[in-house]
Design a protein around this ligand. Structure first.
Ligand code: IMP
Ligand code: MG
Length: 172
């Protein structure tokens, strides 16, 4: 496998700062919960939460819709639930990438049942061409073509998450 650079550490850093500023400008005072979807989004959450200047709490949710390969199994499973109640809170789901939309379509439906005041999605990457289920994304870092990418939290069979840049993974 070969790695072809797509987004540099510096490009990601700048964009995440912009997203944080936008979120600060958009949200009224009150409880803001950032819900990080494990494991891929934890790098993005760490940077985005610090780009946000208003008060915000973080919590983590484990969801899996992918096996070890590159294609979605189509099944969504909650592997770790939240520790906090969402009732009355502004909820921002923080996700690394939206591909088919299966994961987030399912997750927003699930979290809406918990009576949050509002629920939105912030995704670092979006591959709109791949969408199978509709997903309403409020904040998108970068729209990217239909390529498999790794780094900055994104993995291929648990590898490459700790790369600083985002790269396209290609067969040699
Ligand atoms: P969806 O349910 O198809 O939208 O898939 C979303 C999940 O699939 C993401 O949270 C990632 O874990 C994984 N995924 C989708 N595309 C990629 C990719 O290009 N690289 C790494 N993981 C990906
Ligand atoms: Mg993920």
């Amino acid at each position: 496998m070969a790695l072809r650079p797509l987004l540099s550490e510096e490009q990601i850093r700048k964009r995440v700062l912009e997203m944080g500023a936008q979120i600060d400008a958009d949200y009224p005072d009150g409880k803001l919960f950032l819900i990080c979807i494990l494991k891929g989004a934890c790098y993005f959450l760490a940077d985005l939460s610090r780009a946000i200047k208003r008060d915000a709490q973080v919590d983590f949710m484990g969801i899996s819709s992918y096996g070890r390969g590159k294609t979605s199994s189509g099944e969504v499973k909650v592997t770790k639930d939240l520790d906090i109640s969402l009732e009355g809170a502004d909820v921002l789901i923080v996700e690394d990438i939206i591909d088919s939309g299966v994961t987030l379509n399912y997750l927003t439906g699930l979290l809406k049942q918990r009576k949050p005041k509002s629920i939105r999605i912030a995704a670092l990457l979006d591959k709109p061409e791949r969408r199978l289920r509709p997903v309403d994304v409020a904040y998108v870092g970068f729209r990217i073509p239909d390529e498999f990418v790794v780094g900055y939290g994104l993995d291929y069979a648990e590898k490459y998450r700790n790369l600083r840049d985002i790269c396209i993974l290609e067969p040699e």
